[in-house]
Design a protein around this ligand. Structure first.
Ligand code: 1PW
Ligand code: ADP
Ligand code: CA
Length: 554
């Protein structure tokens, strides 16, 4: 156990009638059983340490007749059951790590011999907590009541709000009334200076609304034109917390390691910060959307278009549409050009993964800033100036770009398992036309340990920018999917009905952009390194929590 340096307080206090040596330093709260009791003499005395940075709150507490009366503000002398001795108690709530990256709120209650000492402990711990920088005091919360299983409001009220209250965080809560309510509120109405962060209760689609509002607002406030694909965008200063309450929730899963509202709430309370790359998507120099997870044309675009019509089925819609699109086996012709990430450490085939405090992300960030200083250029465009565009033409079943791993419960390692959250690159995955059997092999490898890229018809490139032009668009890039409209779609679906499960070429698919359908097939995508920040820390390596002592050992 780390020996706390410069102790602020040391006392003998009791936990459940057992005496402990308790100490507080600037970084740790430690309690260790006194060994004088004959009962414990021969048992190992490990002690227990909680980093100050993982303490949620401390509160004064009265213990009377076995029932506890919480009292945050005032301190009263209380009597024990016999009515003779006076005792005071305080309770510390802290983060406890459970299996599979889940966090829980654990509590330990210390009883003190006198009021003065007890008060001293509470005051000292509170002072240390107040000196931790980066913890939010005030949050703007958006709840999508219709996301996922429609549990957003319930999840927030029952699992999250009590924790925020306990941590002394004030909130303004907005339950959205229509799609894009949160986006539009953030763009124009929200008084952002009142808040230390924004909380999104919903799925990937809701998160997408939040980042669209926040990024847009930040650019307008900084005098940057978000429509220009070559502009270096200004990073958003407010962090975003995700309380998962949607269908896939891959952004939460890939940045925290689990989809659990309590774990997410605790990351927000501790004030974690995880920067995230964002891709901007343009069509003919007109801004379409931002993406942080999956940009998918072909298979994933078709699955999303089809599943939107089946929303009433709930979460099963992705399975039904997935199976249908797999059988339909459409492929699409087009040209992909991309700018490889040069000078960046890491490749999409690495066996190492982006984890909390990722060295690859940090290294690439340093390279970017060094270059920017050296060549006096903006950081976002430096990779592009010395790069060489490459072009791939062909028939594709799927074209996917993953700015992050896109891990989710359905695919725990994700679409691109070695992708990084904040390295300024996206992994461009090209799945060429192949047999259904081979495509199934590729898809199934998303769900097991085998490498989904180790197949002759799959290629993957780590890029900073790419463009896609569908074949029939090549001479007429203005063609809009929307204008294609129903007439052409009907012709194609007629053809497909005439040839069931034909595996035929369709002219256009659509792009699935973080769960939203894009209106154009020809797009220009550019990665903006660390444009936003989340209240998260990336997925922790397992040994981080194995090293920490388990309170159950007390
Ligand atoms: C035959 C077996 C096939 C298994 C294939 C498993 C691959 C799963 C890869 C999923 C990648 C998910 C990327 C996240 C996408 C979300 O933005 C989007 C929208 O999520 P939301 O509904 O808003 O939570 N969900 C989907 C399925 O397109
Ligand atoms: N009040 C609302 N009514 C209808 N749709 C909404 C509302 N608030 C948000 N939305 C939209 O609902 C869509 C799905 O939300 P999301 O929370 O991502 O759930 P899911 O993961 O189930 O798709 C998003 O595109 C979002 O814009
Ligand atoms: Ca990335």
């Amino acid at each position: 156990m780390e020996r706390p340096s410069r102790l602020l307080l040391v006392s003998q206090l009791c936990i459940r009638n057992t005496a402990y040596d308790v100490s507080l330093s600037r970084s740790l709260l430690t309690w260790k059983r006194l060994t004088s009791s004959p009962m414990y003499r021969f048992r190992p005395n490990m002690g227990h340490s909680v980093p100050l940075s993982e303490i949620i709150s401390v509160r004064g507490e009265e213990e009377e007749g076995g029932t506890k009366h919480k009292d945050d503000s005032s301190w009263k002398k209380i009597k024990d059951r016999g009515g003779q001795d006076s005792r005071q108690a305080f309770t510390v709530s802290y983060v406890e790590r459970c299996r599979q990256h889940r966090w829980r709120c654990a509590e330990v209650t210390f009883t003190c011999p006198d009021t003065e000492l007890c008060w001293n402990w509470v005051r000292s711990i509170r002072e240390q907590l107040a000196s931790i920088s980066g913890r939010p005091r005030s949050l703007l919360v958006y709840i999508n009541p219709y996301g996922g299983k429609r549990q957003g409001k319930h999840i927030y009220e029952h699992k999250v709000a009590p924790l925020f209250a306990q941590a002394g965080i004030s909130t303004q809560v907005i339950v959205t009334e229509y799609a894009n309510h949160a986006r539009d509120h953030l763009r124009t109405d929200a008084e952002l200076s009142n808040f230390d962060g924004v909380v999104c209760v919903g799925g990937d689609g809701m998160f997408s609304e939040i980042i669209h509002g926040l990024i847009w607002r930040t650019q307008i406030d900084s005098g940057i034109d978000p429509n220009c694909p070559d502009e270096a965008l200004s990073p958003c200063s407010l962090r975003i917390g995700i309380i998962p309450a949607g269908s896939t929730d891959c952004i939460c899963f890939a940045t925290v390691g689990t989809n659990d509202p309590i774990t997410s709430a605790l990351h927000i309370i501790l004030g974690d910060s995880q920067p995230l790359d964002v891709s901007s998507v343009h069509h003919n120099n007109v801004f379409l959307r931002y993406s942080v997870s999956l940009l998918g044309y072909g298979f994933y675009g078709d699955v999303l278009s089809d599943s939107e019509r089946k929303r009433w089925m709930g979460l099963a819609r992705y399975d039904i549409s997935g199976a249908k699109m797999f059988l339909t086996h459409h492929y699409y012709e087009g040209t992909v050009s991309y700018l490889p990430a040069r000078g960046a450490v890491g490749t999409p085939r690495d066996s190492s993964r982006c984890r909390s405090g990722c060295a690859v992300c940090q290294h690439n960030e340093e390279i970017r800033s060094d270059r920017a200083v050296k060549y006096e250029m903006d950081e976002a465009s430096d990779c592009e100036n010395d790069g060489e565009w490459r072009t791939v033409r062909g028939k594709f079943l799927a074209i996917n770009a993953a700015c992050m791993s896109c891990a989710c419960p359905r695919s725990p390692k994700g679409l691109s398992p070695a992708a990084h959250l904040a390295d300024g690159t996206t992994d461009l995955i090209l799945v060429r036309k192949c047999s259904r059997f081979n495509f199934l092999r590729h898809l199934l490898r998303h769900t097991n340990k085998d490498d989904q890229f180790d197949l002759a018809f799959v290629e993957v490139h780590r890029v900073v920018r790419f463009r896609f032009t569908p074949r029939h668009c090549q001479s007429d890039s203005d063609l809009e999917l929307e204008l294609l409209g129903n007439s052409k779609r009907q012709i194609f679906s007629q053809i497909c009905r005439d040839h069931p499960a034909c595996g035929c070429a369709r002219t256009y698919s659509s792009w699935n952009c973080d769960g939203e359908i894009l209106t154009h097939a020809a797009i220009d995508v550019r990665v903006h390194c660390r444009l936003i920040k989340l209240f998260a820390r990336g997925i922790e390596e397992p040994q981080v929590f194995e090293d920490l002592h388990n309170p159950c050992a007390i």
